[in-house]
Design a protein around this ligand. Structure first.
Ligand SMILES: Cc1cc2nc3c(=O)[nH]c(=O)nc-3n(C[C@H](O)[C@H](O)[C@H](O)COP(=O)(O)O)c2cc1C
Length: 201
């Protein structure tokens, strides 16, 4: 597994400070705190050496950089998909739609081997399986990995992707919620800094 180092000074300083703190919050409280942070829901996929698709539900996806376009996902060391993603050197991120809670549940169920059964997908080169019906997807070449506690941070360089649109699936307080987005306005929804309208002033 190739793990290129981060900027050493920065990585060292940050992990050093955190590591020297005398106490850490207990796992249950940390979970409860993070549960108040609503996230989208994705299925991160790859293919293993035999070409068998692998994938897991993940909400730790975050954009990192625009130039180059980088995205990260934190994958548990215990994840059975991790070795395939690392060996594949590429992965795909599928952003799930509001109606895909069952897919999220299925791809989160441990040791389930039929996750892709009846789930139509296309394997995209330089990534992994792209699920039909995803609100948006991107394929990523593995750019860097970082060990972080019991997870591995996978940073991917985004090489392709599309946003089909649609209401997204949201995870909040341990529940799946459907976020209903108001009808698209004629122009772009948001094309720069939000300007206060004359009525607001
Ligand atoms: C909403 C939700 C988000 C999740 N996010 C992550 C995540 O970001 N990283 C991770 O490693 N596991 C995450 N999980 C847990 C995995 O989906 C789950 O452990 C899965 O069984 C792992 O599959 P694998 O071992 O086959 O890779 C999440 C689960 C749920 C329900």
């Amino acid at each position: 597994m190739s793990r290129e180092p981060s900027i050493p000074a920065m990585g060292g300083a940050v992990s050093g400070r955190g590591g020297s703190l005398p106490a850490v919050v207990e796992a249950s409280r940390f979970r409860r705190i993070m549960g108040h942070y609503p996230t989208g829901v994705t299925v991160v996929t790859a293919v293993d050496r035999d070409g068998t698709p692998v994938g897991l539900t993940a909400n730790s996806v975050t954009s990192v950089s625009l130039d180059p376009p980088l995205v990260l996902v934190c994958v548990s060391e215990k994840s059975s998909s991790l070795s395939a993603i690392l060996a594949n050197g590429a992965f795909a991120v599928n952003i799930l739609g509001a109606g895909a809670a069952a897919t999220a549940v299925r791809f989160a169920e441990e040791k389930r081997t039929d996750r892709f059964h009846d789930v139509p997908f296309t394997v995209r080169e330089g990534g992994g399986p792209v699920l039909e019906g995803a609100v948006a997807w991107m394929t990523c070449g593995l750019y860097r990995t970082f060990e972080a506690g019991d997870h591995v941070i996978l940073v991917g360089k985004v090489n392709d992707g599309e946003a089909a649109g649609g209401d997204p699936l949201v995870f909040f307080l341990g529940q799946y919620e459907a976020l209903t987005v108001a009808a698209e306005p004629a122009g772009p929804r948001h094309s720069g800094p939000v300007q206060a309208s004359s009525e607001d002033q």
